[in-house]
Design a protein around this ligand. Structure first.
Ligand code: GLN
Length: 182
């Protein structure tokens, strides 16, 4: 299993460590030549979605990444990665993200909540978005205070929180299962 990690900016190293801990191979993507390597899946990390989008465009990675996800490449987007997959960005997932959605006071916080099919999961939110609209193909996996914070559409998985910044490998394990699923 070989997983591409978009490493333009943000928390990509932590995703690599977590996936390697679970036995997957990873490689970093910064340029189109990196992207051309064979891969079983992609991770888009947290960071700053405006900066990530700009670099993705400057490096001419936007169109090839969008095309492979549309062709079925499994993808896991966390926080800014969730924003990148929504209707207003890559548009591969039928969700609309609300950015910086928890206000100044609650910009960053930790909680524990249930994720469908997994159980309780520790969640770290850092100036996080939530999902304000989902289309009919989207399965909601978790909510915090009535707001959607994790969802799946086919082989696309998103979390508003940062599982790579906790001790729990549960979400990454779920993603690896999803990649293998028929
Ligand atoms: N607030 C950031 C954005 O809008 C996301 C924060 C994060 O990824 N931790 O892109």
């Amino acid at each position: 299993m070989k997983i591409a990690i978009l490493a333009l900016q943000g928390a990509f190293a932590e995703h690599e460590q977590m996936l390697q801990q679970l036995g997957a191979e990873t490689f970093q993507v910064r340029k189109p030549a990196d992207w051309q390597q064979p891969k079983d899946a992609l991770v888009i990390p947290g960071g700053e979605s405006t900066a990530m989008l700009k670099i993705m465009n400057d490096e001419q990675l936007f169109a090839p990444i969008k095309a492979e996800i549309e062709a079925g490449l499994p993808v896991f987007g966390t926080c800014a990665g969730l924003i990148m997959l929504d209707r207003e960005h890559l548009g591969t997932m039928d969700i609309l993200a609300k950015r910086n959605a928890y206000g100044r006071q609650l910009g960053s916080f930790n909680t524990v909540a249930e994720v469908k099919g997994i159980g309780s999961v520790p969640m770290t939110f850092i100036r996080a978005p939530y999902i304000e609209e989902v289309g009919p193909e989207v399965e909601v996996l978790a909510e915090v205070d009535g707001r959607i914070v994790a969802a799946r559409q086919g082989k696309q998985l998103v979390t508003a929180f940062h599982p790579e910044l906790t001790e729990s490998t549960q979400l990454h394990a779920l993603f690896l299962e999803l990649i293998d699923k028929k």
